[in-house]
Write a protein that binds this ligand. Structure first.
Ligand code: MN
Length: 740
């Protein structure tokens, strides 16, 4: 056993040396003076410091700093300072060595980088409330020396590559930090290859099944894809050869993450996303011929394939701010699919993959990557982060916050970031943008999908508010807004609505009284209040203003005086009293209350427990305080009312009236097809012109369940609606439910 272990240790030692030599080999072309010696000292120091440590996978710990240094050299294109910092990045944190030791051996610059790395390592490893503050520190350090963040990115990349050995909960936490923080940062720095690898790795751990499925589908479709690419590039290849170009052509598939992202956001199947791929033509040309060469190739490509004029992107004449240069066009292939063709030089390609490091490598005629080149590049990156677009830092900073606070971060359609408390809805967002927009909000598009105004937002959502000039805030809104801004504005608005309705109502009351030669004084006001059974003048004015009290009624004020007693005293107590009263008023002999018609005879209202609508089988129930309540025969309370208080039950039926609206509830169940919600809202709002009061939806594993409250005219109207909803693809079940 011991011998075996001994042998294993020997093997490991050899492997360490092998990896170290590989690192040197890659760094060599760029080293000068004593660089190799300095790197060797750093390696020795790190190896010694970590000698008794192992990674969770069981490997010797030194594998990790070596791998991070390797990434710095090979994939980011950094030089000696970064290699040294990478090799030593974990020693101050994890071993006996102090920052002073580093400074003594490697100087101030390296010490400062490692100090920065040590400070920010706590950010992600311990999950304390200090994390946000530490992250800010990291950004401050960053503006001192951007190598801190580059080495950190390399560190994170290696940790993501070796995440398999971590327990599940750490995999989830580390990968979500990666997608929120590091991938955007890599993107911002122009490190496309790293960015897209980080994204793929995120998906691998966040959604293992989906990831595996996409990988498998890519594998399966590879042969046919390759065939397609071969056929597509064949004529171009021949032509380029004929003209003596030196080039390579890659038919690169999209990254797994970007396929997944597209499937998700656009709701299209794998096959459709995968059809859209890019062919990249990389030309080997001296710098002075790059531009002309690329356009020449563009001309050859478009000789064979018809280009889409809207999709020409010229980032050669005007490179992107992160240094990206390329010429893109989208052309129609012979099989009828669009293919994006990217044309660029070798230099441009390397910049696209590795960012500015490559850029500076090419800037100097000589291939040597001197530290001063790097300094210049670092200055450039710092400028970008500091001045060019401050939102890049805010973006990361804000996202960082969201990991630790009950806050969410969402985007406007233009990509502007908005911070909201957790649980905030689309309506909160609308008020956050502007109170006017909030007040007119009728819905929103979240990540291109139509959602109701009470939709709860999640971090990362992109939200576009849909408004209508006909919209007005109502009481119900207060049930689902969480920001104080929205609450205050809605309340103000409601008060305003009441006030202006009341003001208008008061004028109407005055006018009507004047028409019968009366004044609005307290005596007349009391008469009106008594007649309409109201407590306050404001309430009267409001109801008149809202049209809920017919102004003509006011003109009858003189008649009130003549028969006030009858109005007031004859309260309905049972079925017989109702019959009498109907006789008295209409001359008809019937014992049935006609809903929608007999309003002037008795006070009645629809019971809130079952919200009957026209066409429902109903009965009236005489209450002691609130007149007659109309219940559905199948109301949950019906049995008790009918059996225990039979004497207070009166017959009732609807008269037909299509202008009246009644609140009804629906429950929908179906498969969570993308677009199903917008289909539902379309059927309800545009086709059937039904007004929704609320719409809530929950999805769980591809199944969704929604509750809708809406206003319908009668049961027939409701049936039509139910039928139309059942026609929608993906809807499994629609039923009426009680609303409360
Ligand atoms: Mn590390």
């Amino acid at each position: 056993m011991i011998e075996l272990a001994q042998e294993q240790l020997e093997q490991e030692k050899k492997e360490i040396i092998r990896r170290y030599r590989k690192l040197l080999r890659h760094a060599k072309p760029f080293l000068k003076d004593d660089d190799a010696k300095i790197i060797k000292r750093a390696f020795n120091m790190s190896q010694e410091a970590h000698k008794n440590m192992r990674r969770r996978s069981g490997e010797p710990y030194i594998f990790h700093p070596l791998a991070v240094a390797q990434i710095c050299v090979e994939e980011i294109g950094l030089g000696t300072t970064s290699i040294v910092a990478a090799l030593l990045h974990d020693v101050v944190e994890d071993t006996e060595l102090e920052i002073e030791d580093i400074e003594r051996h490697f100087g101030k610059k390296v010490a400062k980088i490692i100090d920065g790395l040590t400070k920010i390592s706590g950010v992600f490893d311990y999950g304390t409330s200090q994390q946000a503050e530490n992250f800010r520190k990291m950004l401050l350090t960053l503006s001192d020396d951007v190598r801190v963040i580059l080495v950190k990115l390399a560190d994170r990349l290696h940790n993501m590559r070796t995440l398999d050995s971590m327990p599940r909960h750490k995999q989830i936490r580390i990968s979500s930090e990666t997608i929120y923080l590091y991938a955007p940062l890599a993107h911002r720095l122009g490190l496309y290859a790293i960015k897209s690898e980080l994204e793929d790795l995120y998906l691998k751990y966040a959604e293992p099944a989906t990831y595996a499925e996409i990988v498998e589908k890519i594998k399966v479709s590879k042969a046919s894809r390759d065939r397609f690419v071969r056929n597509f590039i064949n004529p171009i290849q021949k032509e380029l050869n004929k003209r003596g170009f030196k080039f390579t052509i890659k038919g690169r598939p999209k990254s797994i993450y970007s396929i997944w992202n597209k499937m998700n956001t656009q709701g299209i199947p794998f096959e459709k996303v995968y059809d859209l791929f890019a062919v990249r033509i990389i030309l080997d040309l001296p710098p002075e011929q790059e531009k002309a060469g690329c356009w020449q190739v563009y001309s050859i490509v478009t000789d064979y394939y018809q280009p889409n004029p809207d999709r020409l992107r010229d980032w050669i004449s005007t490179p992107k701010s992160n240094g990206y240069e390329s010429l893109h066009t989208t052309v129609m292939s012979k099989t009828g699919t669009w293919v994006e063709v990217q044309i660029r030089s070798k230099r441009m390609d390397e910049i696209a993959e590795k960012g500015y490091a490559a850029h500076w490598k090419y800037k100097e005629k000589k291939m040597a990557r001197s530290e001063s080149d790097l300094e210049a590049w670092i200055t450039k990156v710092r400028e970008i982060l500091e001045h060019d677009d401050i939102s890049a830092i805010e973006f990361v900073d804000d996202f960082k916050h969201s990991l630790f606070h009950d806050e969410i971060f969402v985007f406007t359609p233009k990509g502007e970031l908005k911070k909201l408390p957790g649980g905030a809805t689309a309506l909160d967002f609308a008020f956050e943008i502007h109170s006017e927009i909030g007040a007119k909000c009728i819905g929103a598009k979240v990540n291109q999908k139509l959602v109701p105004i009470n939709y709860k937002l999640k971090t990362g959502d992109q939200v576009e508010i849909i408004t209508s000039n006909k919209q007005k805030p109502n009481e119900g809104w207060l049930n689902f807004v969480v920001t104080s801004k929205a609450r205050t504005k809605i309340k103000d608005e409601l008060k305003e609505q009441r006030k202006s309705a009341a003001l208008e109502g008061k004028e109407i009351v005055k006018r009507k009284l004047k028409q019968v030669k009366l004044e609005l004084n307290s005596e007349n006001l009391d008469k009106l209040l008594e007649h309409f059974d109201l407590k306050s003048a404001l309430n009267l004015y409001y109801l008149v203003g809202k049209g809920k009290i017919d102004p003509k009624e006011i003109k009858k004020i003189k008649e009130f005086e003549t028969k006030p007693a009858r109005r007031k005293t004859q309260k309905i107590s049972d079925s017989d009293a109702l019959k009498k009263k109907i006789k008295e008023f209409t001359g008809q002999k019937r014992d049935q209350l006609l809903i929608g018609d007999d309003m002037d005879i008795v006070q009645y209202s629809l019971a809130p427990c079952c919200n009957p609508i026209a066409g429902d089988d109903v009965f009236g129930f005489v209450t002691s305080q609130e007149g007659i309540k109309i219940h559905r025969v199948n109301c949950p309370n019906a049995a008790e009312l009918l059996s225990k208080h039979g004497h207070r039950v009166v017959k009732a039926k609807w008269i037909s009236q299509s202008e009246l609206s009644f609140l009804a509830g629906l429950k929908l169940r179906g498969t969570d097809r993308v677009g199903v919600i917008s289909d539902v809202t379309r059927v309800i709002s545009s086709e059937l012109k039904v007004n929704m009061r609320s719409f809530s939806i929950e999805t769980d594993n591809g199944v969704f369940e929604g509750n809708i409250e809406l206003y319908v005219h009668d049961t027939k109207h409701l049936e039509t609606l139910l039928d139309s909803l059942r026609q929608i693809e993906g809807i499994e079940e629609v039923e009426r439910i009680d609303v409360h």
